[in-house]
Design a protein around this ligand. Structure first.
Ligand code: PHE
Length: 444
């Protein structure tokens, strides 16, 4: 079975795919807000520390399991711990990505709908109240969100059914560089707006007094979600990596791209928000209510520029969401292909129907949406990550872990990283995950 398994064309392509998964809505609608709320540059420092000492070790746990076994989540556990209950990890790594695929597609659909709207009509003539009620009206209706979700999920299905090389790799390869470029252009525009300074300060001014336990838990949780950990996406993509690829540097580059994009997104969003004299907020409201308002405001004096900026923004959101969506979609598909012996096209279709159905329920009923979001992000992801880190730290043989991270000793430079990583994985990461888990239920 392993011999006809696809692999990424090069290490760079693996980095692109993993960075594509990491870069998503989390970077655009949550990171900028969190930075401002929790002390600007001070939060960014904590975020980097959390990424280095907490999220990257989990990233490495997943990568080394995937690359070593060349299998998707359940098969990988079964191969490394035959006859044990570790394969039960599949509960997190099939259910988790399936739920996230479903509701993420609903939000992806919103960005698609807003992209169309910005092409064919203008936000220019609307007031803030009108734009706000347009969002409430749109998400409160049935047909629009369901059709948009269908289109978004269908696009993901087409990419997934084309396979690892011709689908995932080709799509991320051609999407990520233009996406970065578009965001940089938007950033240049946003910081040049009159009054943008307050927004820039909101992001960079360090305020250490705001760094309480809640801020640290938030930094951990955000860096964890942003790197797509805990539900087998990293494991599955790493299973398509070549045996000579460097897991350590791949993880580091993914984290660098992810943070870089999040910071750029911050400099797109916040200066514009403050330039318009608005209050920053997190979540869909920021992307679908506040920003269209700013573009509309601008539209009064420069309608063409306003249109171009709006289209560029929603196109970027859409692309970022798609590269993340396909990474979760792939986990479910790989499971059906490898564990259930299905043909790839059939597996893609089955995932489509299940995710479409759950997604429709999410699109129509806000409660279902929140439930899926809560269960997958707060419970399945954290428990999945806990299982991966305990497995690597306490169940796998230390020598096998070291061999995988250093490519059987041929990358001696990775040995030091291994030592630190191994310690963190055994003792620090499980505590960190417990903190994130608890912070979802009690406010720290
Ligand atoms: N990392 C993605 C984001 O920032 C979300 C995601 C989570 C993607 C888990 C895949 C798996 O939006």
């Amino acid at each position: 079975m392993e011999s006809n398994r696809e692999v990424f064309g090069s290490n760079l392509m693996a980095i692109f795919a993993l960075a594509g998964s990491a870069i998503g809505l989390g970077n655009i609608w949550r990171f900028p807000y969190m930075v401002g709320q929790h002390g600007g540059a001070a939060f960014i420092i904590v975020y980097i520390v959390c990424t280095l000492f907490f999220s990257l070790p989990i990233f490495y746990c997943e990568s080394l399991i995937g690359r070593k076994t060349g299998q998707s989540t359940i098969g990988a556990m079964r191969q490394l711990a035959p006859g044990s209950r570790w394969a039960l990890i599949g509960i997190f790594t099939v259910l988790g990505p399936l739920l996230i695929t479903s509701f993420y597609s609903v939000v992806g659909g919103w960005s698609f709908a807003y992209l169309l709207r910005s092409c064919f009509s203008s936000f220019g003539a609307m007031s803030h109240a009108e734009i706000g009620s347009m969002f409430a009206q749109f998400t409160g209706s049935v047909w629009g969100p369901v059709l948009a979700h269908t289109a978004f999920l269908l696009a993901s299905a087409v990419i997934i059914s084309a396979g690892v090389r011709r689908g995932i790799e080709a799509f991320t390869k051609y999407t990520l560089p233009p996406l970065m470029l578009l965001m940089v252009l938007l950033m240049a525009y946003s910081v040049s707006l009159p009054g943008a300074r307050t927004g820039v300060e909101y992001l960079v001014k360090p305020d250490f007094s705001r760094l309480d336990a809640g801020a640290i838990a938030a930094a951990m949780g955000q860096s964890f979600f942003s790197l797509s950990l805990g539900i087998g996406t990293v494991l599955t993509y790493a299973s398509y990596m070549g045996k000579k690829d460097n897991i350590v540097s791949t993880g580091a580059w993914t984290a660098v791209f992810d943070l870089g994009f999040a910071l750029i997104a911050g400099f797109v969003v916040m200066p514009a928000v403050f330039a318009a004299g608005l209050e920053p907020q997190a979540g869909p409201g920021l992307v679908f209510e506040t920003l269209p308002f700013i573009f509309a405001d601008m539209g009064a004096s420069a309608p063409l520029l306003s249109k171009v900026v709006t289209i560029t923004f929603f196109l970027s959101v859409l692309l970022a969401a798609l590269t993340s969506e396909i990474s979760m979609y792939e986990v479910c598909t790989a499971y059906l292909v490898e564990e259930r012996g299905m043909a790839r096209k059939k597996a893609t279709l089955l995932v489509f129907f299940v995710a479409w159905t759950i997604g429709v329920a999410c699109a129509v009923f806000t409660k279902v949406f929140s439930f899926c979001d809560f269960v997958s992000s707060n419970i399945l992801m954290t428990l999945g990550a806990l299982a991966f880190s305990l497995f690597v730290g306490w169940r796998m043989k230390k020598a096998a872990v070291e061999a995988e991270l250093t490519n059987d000793g041929s990358l001696p430079g990775n040995r030091t990283v291994f030592k630190v990583f191994y310690f963190l994985t055994r003792y620090i990461v499980p505590v960190g995950i417990a903190i994130i888990f608890l912070s979802n239920f009690i406010s720290l």
